[in-house]
Design a protein around this ligand. Sequence first.
Ligand SMILES: Nc1ncnc2c1ncn2[C@@H]1O[C@H](COP(=O)(O)OP(=O)(O)OP(=O)(O)O)[C@@H](O)[C@H]1O
Ligand SMILES: [Mg+2]
Length: 224
Amino acid sequence: MLSIKSLSTGYGGARVLRGLDFALGAGECAIVVGPNGAGKTTLLRAVMQLVRTQGEIVFDGAALRGLAPEEIARAGIALAPQDGGFFPQMSVEDNLRVAAPRAQARARAYAFFPALAERRSQLAALLSGGERRMLVIARALALAPRLLLLDEASAGLAPRLAHDLFARIADWRAQDGFALLAVEQGPGLAALAGGRVYLMANGRLAPLAQATDDGALARLYFGV
Ligand SMILES: Nc1ncnc2c1ncn2[C@@H]1O[C@H](COP(=O)(O)OP(=O)(O)OP(=O)(O)O)[C@@H](O)[C@H]1O
Ligand SMILES: [Mg+2]
């Protein structure tokens, strides 16, 4: 479904991704872990063509390079970004309405995230960090994507909240079968999502087992 070959990108002269290869099948799940600044967000932005890229990105047989982000969304890819992704001065309900004009789709979002239903008429700016995460994810999933790009959903959340958030996403995935590419700073939540885990280092991805073998993970996280 998603196939990435020799993907390179960066900002100005600074290369962030350097010949990255990756593949994900329909309905599959992969988690990319890596420290601050490794390029995780850049990878998701590259798939959405929010940065200029070199190399090949193919989704269901169609090349994404050069498409506008809204064309990529229409092709079935939704991004739940790390920052933003919602309108602070609009209510929860109106935020969802933008993504999901049909009441039925919003009702589904509220069923997966009951905490949002309780806050439906509240300004999004007043939500807690965890509720904001739910809103951003619910807005992305209300588009009924076939691939969800999830950027550090657990950032800043207490472990129990993060655990619950991933469980909600898993429930939704069990019903809709969308593929998931999630990035996280640490591997803690990867097991929950039940997917393959990759380490991002030096602008590329390595399967985590392999990375552990050659000590890359230990060096990154424990400085040994
Ligand atoms: N708009 C930008 N302009 C210039 N440099 C940028 C920009 N966005 C990111 N970078 C740089 O690109 C590199 C990768 O950033 P990126 O945001 O992809 O990392 P990340 O793995 O998502 O980090 P974090 O875990 O902190 O979110 C970093 O060195 C960052 O400083
Ligand atoms: Mg990031």
